[in-house]
Design a protein around this ligand. Structure first.
Ligand code: ATP
Length: 495
């Protein structure tokens, strides 16, 4: 497998319409990203399968879409106003700002006294090979002293209403979770739920990160897919306290979900938070790390938040946020397990894992081996000759017909070999080619056979399929049926 470096992916993403830098014509922001036509499809697909698998298909889950702007007290109660901070340091020379807890994870610039002050960029955490020094100064300019760390709140402040005064201050939500906690009772009562149950939500979150970077890995505006799964801590599951057993179940469900949609199992590993790392509300937190180009980093986290949030909101709002345990005839505050994933980080992992550089007949082929459900385009309809009106008309008709069910494009802007490569590069699993044999040749008095060629992306195999069969064939291919099984029923075409 060829793991691309981030630059390769950034360039492919821009060239092929996946991801653009926000406000690029004004020099870009560097901390926000725009999803282009294919990126928007890919992102929608990720969110759609997540919602389907975790919210719609489970009897114990419901969905929610809470607002981004909330009552300011929500963030006081949740602890974000006081605790949602990162330690920040400044360089006294170049004025760059850093998270002090990330300094050792950065490559650093060094003017080496042992080599007459020559400038070197030294890998993160390593000493200088020539003089043995370790980093003490600013990693960016290599000259400035760093200030002592001070806590910086990551929430974006804004004002609700037309008056910019303290009374109107609120925040852009830094996580979607709190929208679920404050609606706990609304959801419980309106849906008549019984524990255990979960509430899923997908939406934007905003953090004024000190050092955004690594492409879409860390940005200031991003999207989250979060679940708050409520359990009765007095229940036992598999002989263990329910919250602990259910926590393990969710860790495995999340890991398996990424594998199901194409992330190689050995590109992920679990990271258990130790006491020093554990958030103040958490009994146990496990991160799923992914092997990103900059090293193992958090893809998502699964935390046992206990009854902290419901108790806090109950305390600050004066409203009871309890559940009546019929069996024990008592009111309890449920514990909550929170699987929290970033849509953008998931998308980055799916992109990285799908990326392959292969050699085909002496030429390099770049292919994104996306899972068919994630692929932004499912089918590309390509005319072999764009000068033949019957071929073009048939291809347009086919595109319109297939587009009723699947994301389908028509492309006639290059020769067929190049069109195939373009579709490979954006991960389109199937191409349908209309050629002379399909429509026949009137001048030669030859009738068409009414068949088209279907080409599969990964094997590059081609089969001839009657147009009348296309809907059934694609319904099977987009479902669980393997290409080899479908292909076995049809004659092979020359590639
Ligand atoms: P990190 O340690 O990387 O800052 P975190 O532990 O603060 O992340 P959580 O608060 O657990 O992150 O948020 C849940 C998920 O939301 C993360 O696992 C990640 O996928 C996503 N996420 C968090 N911050 C960002 C960001 N700035 N940009 C993109 N995704 C993010």
């Amino acid at each position: 497998m060829t793991a691309p470096n981030m630059d390769v992916l950034v360039s492919l993403s821009k060239r092929r319409g996946f991801i653009f830098q926000s406000s690029e014509i004004y020099g870009g922001t560097g901390s926000c990203w725009d999803y282009g036509p294919l990126g928007a499809e890919l992102k929608q697909n990720i969110k759609r399968v997540w919602w389907r698998d975790f919210v719609q298909q489970r009897a114990d889950m419901v969905g929610l879409d809470a607002s981004i702007l909330m009552h300011a007290t929500v963030w006081k109660a949740s602890g974000h106003v006081d605790n949602f901070t990162d330690p920040m340091v400044d360089c006294r020379e170049c004025k760059h700002r850093f998270r002090s807890d990330q300094l050792d994870e950065m490559a650093w610039l060094h003017f080496c006294p042992a080599t007459k002050g020559n400038k070197f960029t030294i890998p993160a955490g390593e000493p200088c090979k020539h003089c043995g020094a370790t980093r003490t100064l600013c990693p960016h300019c290599g000259k400035g002293e760093l200030t002592a760390p001070r806590q910086f709140n990551l929430m974006f402040k804004t004002f609700m209403g037309p008056v910019e005064e303290d009374a109107a201050v609120t925040y852009l939500r830094p996580e979607t979770a709190q929208g679920i906690f404050v609606n706990f009772d609304n959801v419980l009562q309106s849906m008549r739920l019984k524990l255990p149950f979960g509430v899923g939500q997908i939406g934007k979150a905003f953090r004024n990160e000190i050092t955004p970077g690594n492409f879409i890995f860390r940005s200031r505006e991003f999207e989250q897919m979060e679940i708050e799964y409520f359990v009765n801590p007095n229940d036992r599951v598999d002989g263990r306290p329910a919250d602990e057993a259910v926590h393990d179940q969710w860790i495995e469900a999340c890991r398996a979900w990424f594998v199901r949609y194409g992330v190689a199992a050995d590109n992920m590993k679990l990271h258990e938070h130790d006491t020093a790392e554990l958030a103040h509300y958490s009994k146990r937190t496990v991160d799923i790390l992914y092997r990103f180009p900059m090293g193992w980093s958090e893809l998502m986290g699964i935390a046992n938040r206990t009854d902290f949030d419901l108790k806090q909101h109950s305390k600050f709002s004066g409203k009871s946020l309890t559940y009546f345990d019929e069996e024990r005839k008592e009111h309890i505050v449920p514990f909550v397990i929170e699987p929290s994933a970033g849509v953008d980080r998931a998308l980055l992992a799916f992109l990285l894992d799908a990326y392959r550089e292969e050699e085909v007949r002496g030429e390099k082929r770049v292919v994104l081996r996306f899972h068919r459900e994630l692929a932004p385009i499912k089918i590309a309809v390509l005319p072999l000759l764009k000068k033949r009106p019957e071929i073009v008309a048939t291809a347009h008709d086919l595109r319109a017909r297939l587009a009723r069910q699947w994301t389908t494009v028509y492309d006639d802007t290059a020769a067929i070999g190049r069109l195939y490569r373009r579709q490979d590069e954006v991960g389109t699993p199937y191409c349908v080619t209309v050629d002379v044999k399909t429509v026949g040749d009137r001048e030669k008095n030859e009738a068409g056979d009414g068949r088209v060629t279907i080409r599969e992306r990964d094997s590059m195999e081609q089969i001839r399929v009657p147009i009348a069969d296309l809907d059934t064939v694609f319904a099977r291919l987009m479902g669980e049926t393997a290409w080899s099984e479908v292909a076995a029923a049809y004659p092979r075409a020359e590639s």
